[in-house]
Every structure is written in structure tokens, then in C-alpha cells.
Design a protein. Structure first.
Length: 183
């Protein structure tokens, strides 16, 4: 195993709502994943300073829908879970028919590069699958760039079903087409 990565198998972890005390660490996490993507293969198409950024963390914390997975006190990953569906979601024939308030959507799903390939993403998605049910929702949805093969493989491994490919209207070259998934 690459020594730059941390083995999660022997570490305790917790998942909890982020607080304003976490903003600096979340911003550093966002910067580190963008640096990592720039240096390797940027499957997600994210750009440092554009997305994800500090404001995404602050908004998620203020709306009480940003969760962090901590290992030994450090943020190893984060996820935002809310009812906000992109406009393109409404023209799709989803497997589960549900009102907006009955749909939870995954946003800003990030794993710290030092914890990649150690189950952090899967643990966060499993948390999301339990959380959306606890909130009384009928469906858990997400979108992913068609170029993001690692994320697509993870979503399918975690039981998400492909629904459609749409243009989210971001007007960013190489970030036009997104696969929609539902659990």
C-alpha cells in the first residue's frame, strides 16, 4: 500500500454533523482533494477555488446538513445531504416517485486523499442510506460526472441504480453530462 494513505481498518471512526469550528479543516480538505485531483486524474472536474470551497462548508453547516467522518479526530471525509434537486432532475423518470421533501440528495461528497481506498466513501454513503430513511425520505439521489469512473463504481457497489444522463447546465467544458443515480 502507498504510504501516503492511511489504513482505516484499525481506526475507530465517527460520523457527526459538522460545526463552524470545522470550517477551516473542511476548507483544507477541499483544497487537498483539488490538489490531489490536479496532480493525478481529475475525474470529478473540480477546480480549487471554484468547487468545493469554504462557502460550501459554511452553507452546509448553517443548514445543518453537512456531515463529517472523523478518524482519530481528523476529518477523513464529508458529505452534504439535503432536499435540493438540480433543475435537470425534474425532467427524469425516476424509479421512485416522491415529492421534493421526500427526496434526499448527496452533494459535496469528499474523501481526504490520505484516506482514499480505505472505505471512507463507502461508510459515508452507508450513513446517507440510513439517514435518508430516518428523515422519512423515499429516495436518495445524486449526480456524478460521466468522467468520474471511481465514484460511479463506488455508487454502483453501494447499491445506487443508474437512472439517466443529463446536462446540469453548468456551462463548464468537460462538465456537461452527468449520470443520475438513485437508491
Amino acid at each position: 500500500m502507498d504510504t501516503n494513505f492511511t489504513d482505516l481498518s484499525n481506526n475507530e471512526y465517527i460520523i457527526e454533523k459538522a460545526t463552524l469550528k470545522d470550517v477551516d479543516e473542511l476548507e483544507a480538505l477541499y483544497d487537498s482533494i483539488n490538489d490531489y485531483l490536479r496532480e493525478t486524474i481529475n475525474y470529478a472536474g473540480w477546480k480549487k477555488g471554484i468547487y468545493p470551497v469554504r462557502e460550501n462548508a459554511i452553507n452546509g453547516i448553517n443548514e445543518e446538513n453537512l456531515f463529517v467522518l472523523r478518524v482519530n479526530g481528523d476529518i477523513a471525509g464529508s458529505i452534504i445531504l439535503n432536499n435540493h434537486q438540480e433543475a435537470a432532475y425534474y425532467g427524469v423518470n425516476w424509479g421512485v416517485q416522491a415529492k421534493d421533501e421526500e427526496v434526499m440528495v448527496v452533494h459535496t461528497f469528499v474523501v481526504n486523499p490520505k484516506y482514499l481506498r480505505n472505505g471512507v466513501g463507502e461508510k459515508l454513503l452507508n450513513f446517507a442510506k440510513e439517514y435518508f430513511k430516518e428523515q422519512g425520505c423515499k429516495a436518495l439521489r445524486l449526480d456524478v460526472s460521466i468522467h468520474n469512473a471511481p465514484a460511479i463504481a463506488l455508487y454502483e457497489k453501494c447499491g445506487f441504480k443508474y437512472v439517466a444522463t443529463v446536462d446540469l447546465g453548468l456551462n463548464i467544458p468537460n462538465l456537461i453530462w452527468f449520470k443520475l443515480y438513485e437508491y
